[in-house]
Design a binder for this molecule. Structure first.
Ligand code: ATP
Ligand code: MG
Ligand code: MG
Length: 561
């Protein structure tokens, strides 16, 4: 296997290992909230967390960070499990499955909150949400302590227990950490730890009516699981003092032993022509702008999978973009390039005509089907050859013929010679048109001594080389030509309505003709359609003997050209 690329997080792990901070143990976690399908941004976090665990002989936990009862569901949990597995990772080590749910910690989280109260480190605030916002201060103004801040531990404990018992309405009280209302860091101004919510949770049902906040839950979950390095995106940098404060207090109280997990932030992935916000992706789905979470244009993992991207190409992409602390945009062409680089070597070649027009070889015997051969892969002769017949009537691409060609056009026009790939040289004699002037058939004659791979072939020097399929043997197939979902590189930049940036031509469905043999392709088989790009047999719509294709990417980056 190739050496893992270096990044600053690996340097930290190396340093910890040198100092025996964790006695060589490396445990990371990927902590999605099951409130939507994972997207390509999550893939970066998955590759980073699971990749580090793998390379250091550690383990990465899959943890569902499920403390927002309203938005979470089993459907999302299952989709996340599938996505991480599909990307090639798992969470087992030494026979133990490291799959966790923050909701399994509710009892302990509650118990530790009582402990903080007893130690004078947390209090029940009975101000309204508006009052709390108004007294929080700003970056230039310190906050104002709540009038309830000096309640005694006994009073706080009593109120907190009654919050849990369901005696109060939502919003009547919150539990807050007692830290510092004049801290320059707003996250340290007595942040909320628990709120009252009468909501059904997809796992704990109606058992709880107080739910812990993200910041409180996250660090404790990490410590309970023995996480060594807790990797998260940069927006949590300002939350790190709170992460450390909570764990320090609980270590002082004897709940956890030191060293405590270390939070390390890295820059999130922003990908041009895509959106990486679950909320906005959900909006695309619910408003019907796409055909579901797994629409091949969606930057979700299920979407890029259905589009035809491979797990290898996604891991390659994540390696290439690296991990830094500087927010930036990665161009979509980098993602597409990783797919091409992965499939160029793997994908078998085949011919497909996407915009067909008839080519009639007038001097070719009408009842002859002469076998032609071509390599399955031009750089891998060991993969064998494919055989397909040439016949009198073929399908070729409509734009491989022009009645009056512009300068530099070397394909078919009256009087010009081209080679039919793996077949014969032909000379165009003209075209038939319908009453609207549309070309309905192109005519030509072939040179029987010009067959590819024979001596005679060398006597013909032609500049054009076009692909074709036999009109009598080709397989008619549906092909979906996908393009980028957005017209703008940064569809949601600057608070703009990203829906206005939708590309109206992002999906085109055509009836194409495929080289015979294509009927054997199975769902998720990928191939290169020569001269066109990489295609996949759709995992859901392909039927035995009747594949339906999605274009993954073209052969080269032609966006905007
Ligand atoms: P969204 O804002 O789309 O809802 P999120 O960050 O709230 O995303 P989580 O389910 O909490 O979604 O994310 C799980 C993990 O994936 C977190 O550790 C988060 O930092 C990471 N992550 C989310 N989006 C990105 C991204 N664009 N690039 C890198 N990591 C990401
Ligand atoms: Mg989140
Ligand atoms: Mg979010």
């Amino acid at each position: 296997a190739a050496a893992a690329p270096s990044n600053f997080i690996r340097n930290i792990v190396d340093e910890d290992n040198r100092n025996s901070k964790w006695s060589g143990r490396v445990e990371t976690r990927f902590p999605p909230e099951p409130n939507g399908y994972l997207h390509i941004g999550h893939a970066k976090s998955i590759c980073l967390n699971f990749g580090i665990a793998r390379d250091y002989g550690g383990v990465c936990h899959l943890r569902f960070d499920d403390t927002n009862p309203e938005k979470e569901s089993v459907e999302y949990v299952e989709s996340i499990v599938d996505a991480v597995r599909w990307l090639g990772f798992d969470w087992a080590k030494d026979g133990k499955t490291h799959l966790y749910y923050a909701s399994d910690y509710y009892d302990r989280l509650y118990e530790y909150a009582e402990l903080l109260i007893e130690r004078g480190k947390a209090y029940v605030d009975s101000q309204s949400a508006e009052q709390m916002r108004a007294t929080r201060g700003s970056l230039t103004e310190p906050g104002t302590p709540s009038p309830y801040r000096d309640r005694t531990p006994e009073e706080n404990l009593d109120l907190f227990r009654r919050m849990k018992a369901g005696e109060f309405e939502e919003g009547a009280h919150v539990l807050r950490a007692k830290i510092d209302m004049s801290s320059p860091n707003l996250n340290m101004r007595d942040p909320a730890l628990y709120r009252i919510r009468y909501a059904h949770h997809y796992r704990t049902g109606d058992r709880w009516c107080v739910y812990p906040m993200y910041d409180y839950t996250h660090c404790i979950s990490d410590a309970l699981e023995g996480i060594t390095h807790s990797l998260c995106t940069l927006e949590f940098e300002d939350h790190r003092p709170l992460y450390d404060w909570i764990l320090d207090e609980l270590a002082d109280a004897g709940v956890f032993t030191r060293p405590l997990p270390q939070q390390i932030e890295f820059s999130r992935l922003n990908l041009t022509y895509a959106i990486t916000s679950k909320r906005k992706l959900l909006q695309l789905v619910t408003e019907g702008h796409v055909d579901g979470w797994d629409d091949p244009r969606m930057p979700t993992i299920v979407g890029v999978r259905r589009r035809g991207f491979t797990p290898d190409s996604i891991r390659l992409f994540c390696d290439r973009i690296g991990v830094t602390k500087v927010d930036s945009w990665i161009d979509m062409s980098v993602f597409e390039g990783a797919l091409r680089d992965d499939l160029d070597d793997k994908a078998p070649r085949t011919a497909a005509v996407l915009d067909p027009v008839k080519l009639i070889i007038d001097n070719f015997p009408a009842d002859l089907a002469e076998p032609c051969t071509a390599p399955v892969h031009p750089h891998h002769p060991e993969r064998g050859e494919r055989t397909f017949p040439i016949t009198r009537e073929l399908w070729i691409e409509r734009d491989d013929f022009m009645e009056t060609p512009p300068k530099g056009y070397f394909r078919l026009f009256p009087g010009n010679k081209v080679r039919l790939r793996y077949g014969y040289v032909i000379e165009c004699t003209g075209a038939e048109k319908d009453e609207h002037g549309n070309v309905v058939a192109v005519h030509c004659n072939y040179f029987p001594d010009s067959r590819s791979g024979t001596e005679g072939a060398n006597n013909y020097k032609v500049k054009g080389n076009i692909h074709w399929v036999s009109a009598t043997h080709a397989l008619p197939v549906e092909v979906r030509l996908y393009d980028r979902l957005f017209k703008e590189a940064q569809p949601d930049a600057g608070g703009r309505d990203f829906l206005e940036a939708l590309n109206p031509d992002s999906k085109r469905v055509v009836q194409a003709y495929l080289e015979p043999g294509g009927e054997k392709m199975q769902p998720e088989d990928r191939c290169q359609f020569e001269r066109h790009g990489y295609f996949v047999a759709d995992r859901y719509d392909s039927k035995p003997g009747k594949p339906v294709f999605n274009r993954i990417v073209g052969l080269r980056d032609s966006w905007g050209k």
